[in-house]
Design a protein around this ligand. Structure first.
Ligand SMILES: Cc1ncc(COP(=O)(O)O)c(C=O)c1O
Length: 418
C-alpha cells in the first residue's frame, strides 16, 4: 500500500479527477429547444387573467411535482430561497416574530425570516440525524415563537412525529425545507407534506435541477394564492383574500427552466435512486472503520443522500478535521466541512441587518437574547469543529470504480494515524 500523498506518497487513492454530476439527457435538450423555438421564454404577466399563474410549462411542472409529492398544489419559484421567503410571508410571519431554525443548515433556511423582519432563533441538532433536536426546539420556544423551519438535512428526514406534536402544543406554523431531500420520506410519508408549506430546490448541485429554481408544495388553497401573489408582484386584480404580508416580488420561474424541471421531475426516482445506490455502496465499503460512523437511516425513513456525512472519532490520533480534509483532497477524494453553526455568521454575531440599530434583533425575547452566543448549540458546534466531514455525493458523477477507491484512502489513513 503506498503512503498518503500528504505524508510523502506519490500515488493517490484515486488517480484521476472527480467530474461534476450531470443529470441531463436528450429529453432536457429537446424540451429546452422546443421552448426556444416557441419564442416564449416566460409566460407570466403580473395582472389579470390566468397568465398571473405562469406559462404553460410552469403550470405543467407544478402539476407534475405536486402529484409526485402528494399535495393539492405546487407553486414554482426562481429558487428555493425565494420559496422560503414567500412561505414566511404567506404564513403572515412578521416583525419580531421568532422562527426556530436548526443551527446547522444552509443560510437561507434562516435568512428567509429576516426578509419579513421576523427573527431566526437557533435550536441544536441531533448528532445521529444532523436534523433539529426536538428537545432543544422545545427549550427555545418563547412567547414570541410563531414558526419552525424544519430542515431535512443531507437528505435524511427530521424527527417529524415529535416536531408535529410540539407545533400543535404551542400553535406553531411549520415550513419544511426539503431542498436536500426530494422524494425523501419519514415513516412512509413524503417530506414536504407534514407542515404548512414544503420547499424544494432545483439549483445546480441538487439531485434534480434546472440551473436555479425552487418549488413550494401546499394543500391549503389560500396559502397557495398568497404564495402566488408574493411570487408575482401581488398585483392580481380582484383578489378577495387577506392581503397582509403579500408585498410582491418577481420570484418567477422561466418557461425554459420549467421545461427542464419537467423532464427532471419525470426522472426524479431514477436520479435519486442512483445516488441512493452509490451511497449504499459507500456505506458498505466504509462500515468496517471503527473511527468512522456512516449515515444512519431511521426505521421507515429514507435517506436520499444529498451529502454523505461521516461522524469521526479522531481522539488521540494527532489528526483534526482540517488535516483530514487536506489529506483527502490530495487523495483526489475530497471530503469537506459540515455546516458552520449559522449564529457564528457576522449577521448574527453583530446583530446588524436593517440599518445600524440592531433591528429586528433588538426585538428578541428575553429568553432568547443570548441565542447567538458561543455554546448555544453544543452539538452543532462540536459536529462542525471536531466530529463531522461530508462527501458531496450529489456533486459528482460517480462510478463503482471511483467508490472502490474510498477504502484504499481510508486504509491508508487508518494505517498511518490509528
Ligand atoms: C437546506 C437548503 N435550504 C435552502 C437552500 C437554497 O436553495 P436555492 O439555491 O435553490 O435558493 C439550499 C441550497 O443549497 C439548501 O441546501
Amino acid at each position: 500500500m503506498s503512503k498518503l500523498v500528504f505524508n510523502g506518497g506519490n500515488t493517490p487513492a484515486f488517480n484521476g479527477k472527480l467530474v461534476d454530476y450531470n443529470p441531463f439527457g436528450e429529453e432536457e435538450k429537446k424540451a429546452a429547444i422546443a421552448v426556444l423555438e416557441s419564442g416564449n421564454l416566460s409566460g407570466f404577466v403580473a395582472t389579470g387573467d390566468k397568465r398571473f399563474y405562469g406559462g404553460e410549462k410552469v403550470r405543467e411542472f407544478e402539476s407534475l411535482f405536486s402529484a409526485r409529492i402528494g399535495t393539492k398544489y405546487a407553486v414554482s419559484f426562481n429558487s428555493a430561497t425565494s420559496g422560503l421567503v414567500a412561505a414566511i410571508g404567506a404564513l403572515k410571519l412578521s416583525v419580531g416574530d421568532e422562527v426556530i431554525v436548526p443551527a446547522q443548515t444552509m443560510s437561507a433556511s434562516a435568512a428567509c425570516a429576516l426578509a419579513y423582519s421576523a427573527i431566526p432563533v437557533f435550536a441544536d441538532v441531533e448528532k445521529e440525524t444532523y436534523c433539529i433536536d426536538p428537545k432543544s426546539l422545545r427549550e427555545k420556544i418563547s412567547e414570541k415563537t410563531k414558526a419552525i423551519v424544519v430542515v431535512h438535512l443531507y437528505g435524511h428526514p427530521a424527527n417529524m412525529a415529535e416536531i408535529l406534536s410540539i407545533a400543535k402544543e404551542f400553535n406553531l406554523k411549520i415550513i419544511e425545507d426539503c431542498s436536500q431531500a426530494p422524494t425523501g420520506y419519514y415513516k412512509n410519508q413524503n417530506v414536504g407534506t407534514f407542515g404548512d408549506i414544503g420547499i424544494f430546490s432545483f439549483n445546480f448541485h441538487k439531485h434534480i435541477n434546472c440551473g436555479e429554481g425552487g418549488i413550494a408544495v401546499v394543500n391549503d388553497e389560500e396559502l397557495r394564492e398568497r404564495l402566488c401573489l408574493i411570487r408575482n408582484h401581488g398585483e392580481v386584480k380582484g383578489f378577495q383574500g387577506d392581503l397582509s404580508h403579500t408585498v410582491g416580488w418577481n420570484f418567477r420561474l422561466t418557461e425554459l427552466q420549467a421545461a427542464i424541471a419537467i423532464e427532471q421531475t419525470k426522472k426524479i426516482d431514477i436520479l435519486v435512486g442512483t445516488k441512493q445506490k452509490q451511497a449504499q455502496k459507500l456505506t458498505s465499503l466504509l462500515s468496517g472503520y471503527k473511527w468512522l460512523q456512516t449515515p444512519v437511516v431511521l426505521e421507515n425513513c429514507s435517506h436520499v443522500y444529498y451529502d454523505f456525512p461521516m461522524r469521526l472519532n479522531l481522539e488521540g490520533t494527532g489528526l483534526d478535521l482540517d488535516k483530514l480534509r487536506k489529506i483527502t483532497a490530495l487523495e483526489n477524494l475530497p471530503i469537506t466541512d459540515s455546516y458552520k453553526p449559522l449564529y457564528w455568521f457576522p449577521i448574527y454575531q453583530s446583530q446588524i441587518c436593517y440599518g445600524k440599530d440592531h433591528f429586528p434583533f433588538n426585538l428578541l425575547s428575553e429568553k432568547n437574547k443570548n441565542n447567538y452566543q458561543k455554546g448555544s448549540c453544543p452539538n452543532a458546534e462540536s459536529l462542525y469543529e471536531k466530529e463531522c466531514l461530508t462527501f458531496e455525493i450529489c456533486s459528482y458523477a460517480l462510478t463503482d470504480d471511483i467508490l472502490d477507491c474510498f477504502p484504499v484512502m481510508f486504509d491508508k489513513i487508518t494505517k498511518e494515524y490509528f
